[in-house]
Ligand binder design. Structure first.
Ligand SMILES: C[S@@+](CC[C@H](N)C(=O)[O-])C[C@H]1O[C@@H](n2cnc3c(N)ncnc32)[C@H](O)[C@@H]1O
Length: 275
């Protein structure tokens, strides 16, 4: 007999396939171009050393892989959306930086054990549905004494609120662990467990700057797959209501008293040393 727990277990494979289609929609490279600072700052905090072999997991169009190359590292990026990787190759070439960008799944990295001196991920590996499997992969490919550096949105920040606002209109798959848990120290310690010697966690803020709250929402509607797909799933007034709630959210977080908006989004910067 199938137990209730088994019956309600989410189909993580099917969820991942839908997530891949979501990230391939819109154009995350346009969003990535806005948040370059997060990757640059993470690589600096992680103190990446020239000559290190560095893997950026769920690299998208290569922000942190390119930042690592800028540090003089041998940079490799992996993601499961080929069109984003192609954008990353064009960016690296335009800057004259050598970056290898490969197709792969964060839950099953196509690299041998201990093959990198450092492993990074910026708002990337946090989205893979199986947190335990993903953390185990980050640890597996990092050499003993190597560095694991992660930037993850915090649950109480703007992006946490954005996910909750969208989720109130278009519920996420049942039984799926929230990606925002990666933004909490407790969850990171649980995931990395005995496999690390140290973990340093810092709260950071990135400000999204737009001409207006409406402009912020229009940007996310056009380019950010998860928002685009949620709005596509709704029609008529239901869609208008979600848009209205997102504009209200942007206004609530905005810290400027002028026509333009600066919307702070908090995230966790975590740097762990592999045991
Ligand atoms: C929010 S974007 C961040 C992209 C990039 N790290 C950056 O900072 O611009 C999330 C990225 O994670 C990738 N991603 C999500 N789940 C993944 C998985 N299981 N395997 C590989 N890539 C994944 C998506 O394709 C997308 O490029």
């Amino acid at each position: 007999m199938t137990s209730t727990v088994e019956a309600t277990k989410p189909d993580l494979g099917a969820i991942k396939q839908r997530q891949q289609q979501t990230w391939a929609s819109g154009d995350f490279a346009v969003v990535a171009a806005r948040i370059v600072l997060v990757a640059e700052r993470l690589c600096d905090t992680a103190d990446l050393q020239a000559g290190w072999r560095v893997l950026d997991v769920a690299t998208g169009s290569g922000n942190a892989a390119i930042a690592a190359a800028r540090h003089g590292c041998t940079a490799v990026g992996v993601d499961y959306v080929p069109s984003l990787l192609e954008r990353g190759r064009l960016r690296a070439a335009a800057e004259g930086l050598s970056v290898e960008l490969l197709e792969g799944d964060a839950e099953s990295l196509p690299f041998p054990d201990a093959s990198f001196d450092a492993v990074t991920s910026v708002f990337g590996s946090m989205f893979a549905p199986d947190h335990g499997k993903t953390a185990a992969e980050l640890l597996r490919v990092c050499r003993p004494g190597g560095t694991i550096a992660l930037a993850s949105w915090r649950p109480e920040g703007l992006i946490g609120e954005l996910f909750r606002t969208v989720g109130a209109h278009v519920p996420p798959p049942a039984g799926l662990s929230s990606p925002l848990l990666w933004g909490t120290e407790g969850h990171l310690r649980e995931l990395l467990g005995e496999s690390i010697d140290s973990l340093e966690v810092t709260e950071r803020t990135f400000a999204f700057r737009f001409l207006s709250a409406e402009d912020f929402v229009a940007f996310f509607r056009s380019w950010y797959g998860p928002t685009l797909k949620a709005l596509e799933a709704l029609e008529g007034t239901a869609r208008d209501e979600l848009e209205r709630d997102l504009v209200a959210l942007a206004r609530r977080f905005d810290r400027l008293e002028s026509d333009a908006v600066a919307i702070p989004a908090t995230y966790t910067e975590a740097v762990a040393i592999r045991r």
